[in-house]
Design a protein around this ligand. Structure first.
Ligand code: SAH
Ligand code: SF4
Ligand code: F3S
Length: 516
């Protein structure tokens, strides 16, 4: 960042005391924002910082009522962690007296909660910032903010500083609890407010939340990632792996159950590493799942699990079933051992297949889904074929598939790549055809069967039809009274499509009855 940009960022205020040299100036009276440039290098040094747990979050009195007569709008990109962070930010906004709105035209504050996982995710955000420019020009009082994973990248912060002067504030994934101060600063200052901490991360327990809906809820069990797969930006944007204390998680889920929620999804970039950072207790992901089994909530899911830490204890607990659903999302990324090695995934094709075998033996009706990257630097036809054959061998029911996207600052971004984009696109298409065929086949098996569906509401495509998901995350559309919304129901499947099932409503599920 050069002097002019620092000035623009608000880090340095214009010279208000002529005659003094830079070093002697004290800007603190004019400017109070803490600014630490996001740094991928710092993020990579792990382990030095202690994790601090806080439960003292409080909206300062001076900020109460800040949002009176004002509305906020948050657009969320990326994964469930971001969706859940949005719920926390919405909670803070409401605590400040703001009201939510779902149109940008109606908003006084617009936040883009961004994702950095692939280039196209970032481009969408830059595109949206472009669209917001005329709105800001028409109404300069609107505040526009960028938060989430992109804010943790120094290249993004620099680009916004240089080209997107419609942005009023940028803050990082470790700064969410500072939202009231950041907003205050943005109202007071004419400069762009930037607050991004390159720290390993703390855990703040008592942040407010406004959850989206009252049927399904997300619950963070851990934050960050220490795996450093060579292609991935997440360990840099989300900090080090740190687990919430079991008592805090169990308390939150008991409360959700008491509030009538029917399904929870445990969140973490690598949930199987849960508890490995505790140095006072021996309590791992399997122990947590075993405790959650005893809570009276019908469904417990988790995402995402890394194959490396998927231990036998966990498999044994999941095999007990009950509220632990028999769907496991187990990203493989590639079917080739040599490719997995370059990706830094720390397991081989054979180890992955052995794990799958163990899971299938313990949970015979398990549904496995996965994530796959094609076109990693120098991936050969043979290596790609190994991914295809692994897909068939496991018989995944669904997959998220991606073309590799180089991320600045990751080891893979420095690898020279001799595979043309055309070839990568062809591979993606070939893989997607296989994914579609396997999904359709998995769906066909349901025809004529009765499944348990958690009814979420009207179908997005047809308000005469209700929609919900099975325990194995299959979307089911059917006609039933609206009074079934939020309940578990039995549905007889009449037709299978590639990505959803049609069925006939049979009955509301009585307690303790578990189907499929
Ligand atoms: N923590 C999860 C993944 C989170 S990111 C896990 O390890 O399983 C979700 C998916 O995005 C990854 O599984 C991977 O398939 C994909 N992904 C991550 N970085 C990528 C990149 N640079 N290019 C393309 N896809 C990527
Ligand atoms: Fe990224 Fe790997 Fe961590 Fe998943 S486990 S978030 S792919 S570094
Ligand atoms: Fe994207 Fe950050 Fe999630 S990079 S996938 S929003 S952790």
């Amino acid at each position: 960042m050069n002097e002019e940009q620092r000035l623009k960022s608000g880090l340095i205020k214009p010279d208000l005391s002529p005659g003094l040299g830079d070093k002697e100036k004290d800007y603190s009276q004019y400017f109070e924002t803490v600014y630490t440039e996001p740094s991928l290098k710092d993020a990579k040094k792990r382990g030095q910082e202690e994790i601090a747990y806080h439960d003292d979050f409080k909206i300062e009195e001076r900020f109460l009522g800040m949002g009176k007569g004002r509305k906020f709008y948050i657009r969320t990109y990326g994964c469930q962690m971001n969706e859940h962070d949005t719920e926390v930010m919405a909670g803070i906004f409401m605590g400040l007296g703001y009201e939510p709105t779902n149109t940008v035209e109606d908003a006084n504050i617009i936040l883009l909660n961004t994702c950095a996982i692939r280039e196209n995710a970032e481009n969408k955000v830059f595109g949206e910032l472009g669209h917001l420019k005329p709105l800001k020009q028409r109404n300069p009082d609107i505040l526009i903010g960028v938060c989430g994973c992109m804010s943790q990248e120094e290249s993004v912060v620099n680009k916004i500083l240089q080209t997107y002067d419609q942005v009023d504030m940028i803050f990082g994934t470790h700064n969410i609890h500072r939202l009231p101060n950041i907003l205050h600063e943005a109202y007071m200052s004419k400069e762009m407010v930037i607050e991004v901490w390159s720290k390993e991360g703390d855990i703040i327990e008592n942040l407010p939340k406004v959850r989206h809906g009252n049927i399904k809820a997300w619950v963070n069990i851990m934050y960050g990632c220490d795996k450093f797969c060579t292609y991935c930006i997440v360990p840099y944007t989300r900090g080090k792996e740190r687990s919430r204390r079991p008592a805090d998680i169990i308390h939150e889920i008991r409360q959700l159950a008491a509030d009538g929620y029917k399904e929870i999804t445990l969140l973490g970039q690598n949930v199987n590493a849960y508890g490995k950072d505790f140095d006072d207790v021996e309590y791992l992901f399997g122990d947590l799942m075993n405790d959650l089994r005893k809570i009276d909530i019908p469904r417990v899911r988790f995402t995402t699990s890394h194959p490396r830490d998927f231990d036998d204890e966990l498999i044994a607990v999941l095999a007990k079933g009950g509220n632990l659903v028999e769907h496991i999302h187990l990203p493989v990324q590639s079917g080739s051992t040599s490719m997995l090695k370059i990706m830094g995934r720390i397991y081989s094709r054979e180890e992955y297949l052995t794990l799958v075998k163990k899971i299938k033996e313990a949970i015979p009706n398990v549904a496995l889904t996965t994530d796959i990257i094609v076109g990693f630097p120098n991936e050969t036809d043979e290596q790609f074929e190994e991914t295809m054959s692994l897909y068939r061998e496991v018989g995944f029911e669904m997959a998220f598939t991606y073309i590799y996207s180089p991320r600045d600052g990751t080891p893979a971004a420095k690898m020279k790549d001799n595979i043309p984009m055309e070839v990568k696109k062809e591979r993606l298409q070939t893989l997607n055809s296989l994914v579609n065929a396997y999904s359709k086949e998995a769906m066909m098996k349901y025809e004529g069967q009765i499944v348990e569906v958690l009814v979420e509401g009207e179908s997005k495509r047809n308000d005469q039809v209700l929609a919900g998901y099975t325990r194995k995350s299959k979307l089911v559309n059917f006609v039933a009274p609206n009074s079934t919304i939020g309940k578990l129901v039995n549905v007889k499947i009449t037709a299978a499509k590639s990505w959803s099932l049609d069925g006939e409503f049979i009955s509301v599920v009585e307690k303790e009855e578990v189907l499929l």
